[in-house]
Design a protein around this ligand. Structure first.
Ligand SMILES: Nc1ncnc2c1ncn2[C@@H]1O[C@H](COP(=O)(O)OP(=O)(O)O)[C@@H](O)[C@H]1O
Ligand SMILES: [Mg+2]
Length: 241
């Protein structure tokens, strides 16, 4: 399939132009335990019941090779010769993202699906940039390379105090490499996400993640509904047959 011409969804030129691609691309971002996976699942159920074509996916991962990269990313033990340095972390997530965008996300959008992705490019900026200290504007360039310029139409940033997120997460006995990072690391990541949201307030919606699952889910449905209606009218998204 030839690459779809997609304009980065930022800046004055993009704001003036009509919707840049078919489908609807929504990403879920935030620190560990903020409720991303829970809300991606709830929105998927809601949209399926409402008759939309929905693809629910995650990063790193989403295709077989990207899921293998995810295992390396999350499960490689620390304190060995293979303890991942920030540049390796970045390269792994970008490799997974390239494959995911090209072989799963873009084809789904081209068919008019609503694609819900649990983490995406903003996580690279928050974790490897603000968290690990790599240069954020360089990472933005790497993201453009990996995604060939694909930007989410809408991003939900689930925000809550770090200890609260980690406490939720630590109810699960299987802690991955990132879960085990120090509180200070997760605090830098949270601040990074909030900085990104303030720079891109049209795209990134900050969601107070300290509330109940139901209250958050209702808010998300309310935010998504007008965009779904607009895109349905413009025949940019499809109904399931
Ligand atoms: N709004 C909420 N209030 C309380 N607990 C929640 C809420 N949302 C999710 N949880 C619970 O917190 C844990 C982490 O949620 P999860 O969706 O896996 O977060 P994430 O994907 O952001 O790490 C899970 O056990 C989940 O059931
Ligand atoms: Mg999750």
């Amino acid at each position: 399939m030839p690459p779809v011409a997609i304009r980065v969804n930022q800046g004055a030129a993009a704001r003036k132009s009509p919707t840049p691609h078919r489908g609807l691309f929504i990403t879920f971002e935030g620190i560990e335990g903020s409720g991303k996976s829970t809300q991606a699942r709830l929105l998927t159920e809601f949209l399926k019941i409402s008759g939309f074509v929905v693809v629910e996916t995650r990063e790193p991962g989403g295709t077989p090779v990207a899921e293998r990269i995810r295992d390396i990313f999350l499960q490689t033990p620390k304190n060995t010769v293979d303890s991942l340095v920030p540049e390796t972390e970045t390269s792994l997530v970008l490799a997974a993202r390239s494959q995911h965008v090209a072989s799963l996300i873009r084809p789904a959008l081209a068919k008019g699906a609503v694609v819900l992705c649990d983490r995406f490019s903003d996580s690279t900026l928050a974790y490897q940039g603000y968290g690990r200290g790599l240069n954020v504007s360089k990472l933005q360039g790497f993201n453009r390379f990996a995604t060939q310029g694909l930007t989410p139409d809408m991003t939900f940033l689930f925000d809550l105090p770090v200890p609260k997120g980690l406490a939720r997460r630590r109810r699960n006995p299987n802690q991955n490499r990132i879960d085990k990072e120090a509180l200070a690391f997760h605090s830098r990541v949270r601040k990074g996400f909030l900085a990104l949201a303030s720079q891109q307030s049209r795209r990134i919606h900050i969601i107070n993640a300290s509330r109940s699952e139901e209250a958050i889910s209702r808010q998300i449905q309310t935010l998504v509904e007008p965009i779904l209606k607009r895109r349905l009218r413009a025949k940019q998204i499809s109904r399931a047959k």
